[in-house]
Design a protein around this ligand. Sequence first.
Ligand code: DHB
Ligand code: FE
Length: 280
Amino acid sequence: MARIIAGVAASHIPAVGAAWDNGKADEPYWRPVFKGFERSKEWIARVKPDVCIVVYNDHMSAFSLEIVPTFAIGCAAEFPIADEGWGPRPVPAVKGYPELASHIVQSVVLDEFDLTIVNRMEVDHGLTVPLTLMFGKPKEWPCPIVPIAVNVVVYPVPTGNRCYMLGKAIRRAVESFDKDLRIVIFGTGGMSHQLQGPRAGLINREFDTRFLDNLAPDPEALVRISHLEYLREAGSEAIELVMWLIMRGALDDRVKEIHRFYHVPASNTALGHIIFENMA
Ligand code: DHB
Ligand code: FE
């Protein structure tokens, strides 16, 4: 049986990827950011997942206003790196796991949770920046990736509770896959940030800290945060945090916090990161 053994949440700030790609990781501005992931890299090198399920959002790279799936899953064998305006990031293409992804679709849809099947998709910073933060600069990513894309860009976006329930459905799907696989699930994006308008650069450290504090012991409190509350308290793009709730929903009720990191500012946003392991 396949099992989800751990969850990783991490912001996916594009400037962090650009700093890494352009050899700036050791500059004084960026050094603390990458230092916060040193333990994470050691942890994941030790854990050696067979597969990572990466819940992220596309930023109008693979999709556009023509088609906006609420939840989509990449079933392809390979996902090319998107060109977001400066050429594709110089990172390896992402290898998928079509057999597992197709199994997840079948299980989750029959579980009354609709996922859009995507057989051709480029992946952007939402997915690649957390891979860089966790795995550094390998020739190839160390394991296949199943991308799950969530619409948090065009209203209406799914509720935190819907995301949390999807996480539980993904877990049931994984556990009915007949191969011994140890899987780590990622939730990306967040924390507080607002990229445009008069409130651009808004950071709410208190909101972020409460979110990090509650994620392990009381996710049920977090699933009740309304869209308006995310927007008001933590900025328009903080809504990306609903993707962390998919990760959390896929884990045990009781989890162990392995590592946490919070840093302000990175670009003009707050960077948050946390790792949980299932107790079993
Ligand atoms: C930025 C973009 C993002 O998608 C994000 O999650 C955080 C920051 C940015 O453009 O700075
Ligand atoms: Fe984003």
